[in-house]
Design a protein. Structure first.
Length: 116
């Protein structure tokens, strides 16, 4: 059987799409987010890519499980009913299914992600 790999390349320098405002902002500073290299593996249905957000506070609304590796920047994520977690460049994080909460992006954050 032929195995095909889905790859994100050069995440730190990859050009991004046009930024759009956060969908569920909190406060007056509206974060702008953009993506790059968004791909879906047809066999598994998983999506991968690069996501970047400027500083701001907004709610996470994705229902998928997500694995992310922080490429640059830093933030705090506070899951609903949980404690804040600081994430910095070099960190990896797994969001469980139906994990909602608040992103507080302090320094432009770039991450690679897998949604599954």
């Amino acid at each position: 059987m032929n195995q095909v790999l889905t790859v994100v390349r050069n995440a730190p320098a990859s050009p991004l799409s046009t930024p759009i405002p956060a969908r569920l902002p909190i406060g007056e500073l509206i974060a702008q987010a953009a993506t790059a290299q968004t791909q879906t593996d047809q066999a598994s249905g998983a999506s991968i890519g690069i996501w970047e957000s400027s500083p701001g506070v907004f709610r996470r609304y994705l229902k998928n499980r997500e694995f992310s590796h922080i490429v640059s920047g830093w933030c705090t994520f506070t899951p609903d009913g949980g404690e804040p977690v600081e994430l910095r460049a070099g960190d990896a994080v797994l969001f469980p299914e139906n994990c909602e909460g608040v992103w507080d992006i302090r320094e432009t954050l770039r991450k690679t992600y897998v949604l599954f």
